[in-house]
Each structure stands twice: as C-alpha cells, then as structure tokens.
Design a protein around this ligand. Structure first.
Ligand code: ZN
Length: 281
C-alpha cells in the first residue's frame, strides 16, 4: 500500500479521489453539541463583504471527524470535502474565515507559514483553539524543489517548530508550497509524524478573479470528483468574501465538511515507507 503512495504521486491523488471505493466510514464523531443552536439563540449573521445574511441554525454541513495516522488513512467518501487554507494567519482575513466557519459549524485545516504564525501568535492560537486542524507550510514559504534536501528539511522543521510554538499545539499536517514536492521529502516529512496534505480541488483564489468565479470553479471541479480536499488561502480578501457562498452551495447540495485529526500510532507505517522507498529525486 505504501509503495503505491510513495512511488506515485499521481496515483496517490487518484486514490484519494476515489470516493466510491473508500473504506467504511468511521463512526460520526462530529461535535454535535456545538452544531445545533437553540431556537432562542438563532440570529441573523453575515460574513464577508458581500455575503448574504445567513440565519444561523442547525448545521447540516458538518460531517464526521476523520482521524488519520498517515496519508493512507486520508480517504474521503462521496460528497465529503476538507476545507484547507494556506499561507496565513493574517489579521483581518484569517479571523473572518474563522467567523464564517463558525457560522456554518464546520472546521478547516490551516496550513500556516511559520513566520506568519510567529508574527501573529494570538491569531494562530485562536485558529487552533477553535478546533481547526493545524498544519505547517514551511517557515517562509520556500519552494523546496529549489533547495537541496538538507536545506529543504531545515525549512520544514523550522516551520513546524514555529507553528507549534505559536499555536501551542502539535503540528501534524504539512503542505508543500507551490505543491513542489519530491518523494524523498514526502518520506522524510512522514517520518516526522506529519501527514502531507495533497490538493484535489484548487479554488485558484490566488488569482485576481471574482468571488463568484472562484465559487463556480470550485463547485465545477467538485462535481467532477465527487469529493476532495479544497485548496484556499486565508490571506486573500476574496477568499473570505466568497466563502459564505461556497459553503451555502456545499450545504445545499448535501456535501459534508470533514474535520481532520491526527492520531499517533505506536508503530507508524511511515517508517516502513521511508525506509523502503526513499529516492534521491
Ligand atoms: Zn502557499
């Protein structure tokens, strides 16, 4: 199984996308206590600059909590998505994203840049305390493919430590900046008990396009795949602007937002993967 994952990134992506062939779902461990708001607590809430006011109430968008020990565990079922946000945290934007997620009763996976977390530790900690998944995205968003292996791992570790310190929580997920990866780095990162977060659906919210086009692109890709990890960036104003619309569409079409958690194992399979399949790429 790990040979498959380590040797073929493309095949890996395909495997992660095979919603109809994923394993039996874990019991629904979604935090239900916070997902239902009593009638007397219902209120009009708006978020984002052009967001449609939303009547807060029982949330239908929150899905299960998926505990993963390695990349092999990160399998989504049909109509399941993971909302991932890269490059933050940054005041005035990340906090807007947090507020919107809270209105919809869902969690995201925030892949923080180490130096951003260092600059904004209070916000980084709030992201974690809100129950979101915390990952790192190197220390200064370096393109790791432009560095030698040792320098690349130094970036990874420095970023991991910075995000750990700022958030006050373990950092168990990692995303490659620019998705510039190598088999050897993937294996080495797995050895550090971090799960590499791939991307199934790129919202392309980093382009200067309208929030509407970002939402349409994301939904179109999702319709083709059926499920997947959605890439967004909490550093862009347009992302928070379009997020209420995207989440409303997901909710209306019956999608569920999965919350990711890392579960440490006694004997990590990742050791086998890295020992057997490290390449010099
Ligand atoms: Zn990035």
């Amino acid at each position: 199984m790990y040979r498959f994952f380590v040797l073929s990134c493309m095949a890996l992506t395909a495997a992660l996308s095979a919603c109809s062939t994923t394993r039996q779902a874990a019991p629904d461990t979604t935090i239900k206590t916070s997902s239902v708001i009593a009638p007397d607590e219902r209120k009009l809430a708006s978020a984002g600059d052009d967001a449609t006011p939303r009547l807060a109430g029982p949330h239908h968008l929150a899905g299960r909590t998926l505990e993963v020990s390695s990349l092999a565990d990160l399998k989504l079922q049909d109509k399941e998505v993971i909302l991932s946000f890269d490059d933050g945290p940054i005041p005035g934007r990340t906090d807007k994203v947090l507020a919107i997620l809270d209105q919809f009763g869902v969690k995201g996976a925030f892949m923080m840049v180490g130096e951003m977390a260092e600059m904004h530790p209070a916000l980084a900690r709030k992201v974690a305390q809100d129950g979101n998944t915390i990952g790192s995205h190197t220390y200064d968003h370096a393109n790791l493919s432009s560095l030698n292996f040792d320098a690349a791992m130094a970036e990874v570790i420095k970023g991991e430590l910075a995000v750990t310190k700022a958030t006050g929580t373990d950092v168990s997920f990692f995303r490659f900046p620019y998705l510039a990866e190598s088999h050897r780095l993937r294996a080495a990162i797995a050895m550090r008990d971090m799960v590499v977060m791939d991307v199934d659906i790129d919202s392309k919210d980093y382009f200067t396009t309208t929030p509407v086009s970002i939402t349409q692109r994301t939904m179109n890709l999702l319709h083709k795949r059926g499920c997947g990890i959605i890439l967004m960036h909490d550093i862009h104003k347009r992302t928070a602007t379009m997020l209420p619309t995207l989440l409303s569409k997901l909710e209306a079409e019956g999608y569920k937002v999965v919350t990711l958690k890392f579960k440490k194992t006694e004997v990590p399979n990742t050791v086998v993967a890295s020992a057997d399949f490290v390449t010099t790429r």
